[in-house]
Structure formats: C-alpha cells, structure tokens
Design a protein around this ligand. Sequence first.
Ligand code: C2E
Ligand code: MG
Ligand code: MG
Ligand code: MG
Length: 275
Amino acid sequence: RHADMAMYAAKKGGKNRYAFYNERLQQAAEDYTTLQHALATAIDQHELRLHMQPIIDLRTNQVAGYEALVRWQHPVKGLLGPDNFIGMAEESQLIFKLGYWVFEEACRQIHQYKIDGWVAINLSPRQFNDPQLVKQIISILQAHNISPGQIELEVTESCLIDSIDDAITTLQALCDAGLSISLDDFGTGYSSLALLKRLPVKKLKIDRSFIQDLDMEDRKIVQAMTGLAHTLDMKVVAEGIEETGQLHILNSMHCDFGQGYLFSKPKPMEELLNF
Ligand code: C2E
Ligand code: MG
Ligand code: MG
Ligand code: MG
C-alpha cells in the first residue's frame, strides 16, 4: 500500500514530490516498526491498562455490566487507545499475549472491585481463530475462580467469515462452557439473517454509526434490528449514546441496554466506583 501511495504521489507531482512523499512514508514505516517493538515489551513493563465502560439497563437505569477496553500507557506518547495498536498486535503473535493479559486482568478486577454483572471482553479475528482459545479461557477462569456466566465475549462479524462452521463450533463450545457471546459492531459487517439464526449469540451490539445522528433512516434500521433481535430471543445494546435525545428515542424503541459517553467514558474501575 505504501508503494502504491508513493507511485501515486510520483505521478501526480513529479520527482520532487515523489522524494518528499517517499521520505514521509519511510518515516511513518519506521515509527510503526518502533512502536511495534515497544508493544512487544509493553506487557512485561506493565504498560497496559484495562479501562471499563458501564453498560446500562435502559429499563432500570442501573449499571448491568461493563465492557473492558484496553489502553497502552506509553512512556513517551501517553495513553494510547486500541486503534493505535490492536491492528499492530494482530499482525504478529502479540495479539495472543495481549488478549490473554486482558482476560486475566478482567478476572483480577472482578475480584478486586467485587464487580457483579457481566464483564464484556473483545476478541479480534486472530484471537477468535486461535485453536487454544476455548481451553485457555476455561483455564484462566478456573485459575481465578470466576464463574463463566460473568464473562461475555464480543465478537465481530469479521471473526466469522473465514469458516462459518468452525466459528459456530467455537461459539458453541464457549456457550457450553457457560460464557455468553455478543455480536459487536452489528450492522456494519456481512452477516446474513440466515446466519444470525444459527449463531448462539445472546446480544447484538448496534454499531455507534447508527446511533450517532439517529435520523429517520437510522431509526427505522435500529427499530428493525431491535425487533429482529427480540424475535430471535436476543437483547440489543446501543453503542455510543452521547445525548439524552438519543436515549429517549432508544427507550421508545425498547432497546434493552445502552453504552456511551452520556453515561460514562471508559475509565479505570477505581474512578468509576468513586464516581
Ligand atoms: P468496540 O468494541 O466497538 O468498543 C466501543 C468503542 O467505542 C470504544 O473505543 C469506546 O471507547 C467507544 N465509545 C463508547 N461510547 C462512546 C461514545 O459515546 N462516543 C464515542 N465517540 N465513542 C464511544 P476504544 O476503547 O477506542 O476501542 C476501539 C476498539 O478497539 C473496540 O471497539 C474494540 O474493537 C477494540 N478493542 C478494545 N479493547 C480491546 C481488547 O482488549 N482486545 C481486542 N481484541 N480489541 C479491543
Ligand atoms: Mg466491543
Ligand atoms: Mg462496537
Ligand atoms: Mg469493535
């Protein structure tokens, strides 16, 4: 992709521009490699943090659970969000170590902060396709004495497209072990309605992009997704609620759960409890 960009720049702006873009691209590539190396030691250096964002039961207005969201406290760059490094970890074996760190840390926090309700943990496609996944998760839960019912795994449709049958086998094994599954960023991927019926999924998380403006079109789509979920005995979580106006609309549509800055940003559990 970098080479393509450089070629494009060269065609557009001649040789000088080519040199300029090429330098910038090279710099970007070097920064990337540096960051990737730093990430490799970040876990052992205790630089990862696990923030929690409350998920609210919209009928009772009570906190029903939390989503665990990883951050990297980089010694120079400050607190980095997952979009800066999850993709990088996915490109290497690092995602496995990172993923199991997140899992262990979530278990630790459940005990430390006596969290009741569920904790939702995100899985990226490579983690989901790890043949050791089910075994590893069960053994972490046992080691920390956590009930599997307290853990929800968030998978995206991109976790499922490689091989639907294998994915269903994995999801079923996780369910049999007592964990629950939610489908994250719902509505943005490829899943067919026929597939949805076959998935042992308890919740659909409606992607923030539908909630952002919540114009007439969005409302119809959210309404339809909610109806579909309820028909299939699933619950819905609306992601990215920032304003009370959105909340009222979602409430009127019988949306089950909500999550967003209106309630709280993701924060260290300690801060959430003090609040
Ligand atoms: P996601 O699972 O869809 O998580 C929701 C994202 O939306 C989070 O971004 C959250 O901070 C953000 N968000 C929540 N409420 C609002 C809101 O009201 N407004 C806006 N503008 N944003 C809101 P974050 O923490 O940057 O995470 C981004 C993505 O990184 C996550 O998307 C998830 O796919 C991935 N991720 C996060 N933690 C992990 C992890 O431990 N493992 C893996 N594999 N992926 C992770
Ligand atoms: Mg998520
Ligand atoms: Mg999402
Ligand atoms: Mg996501």
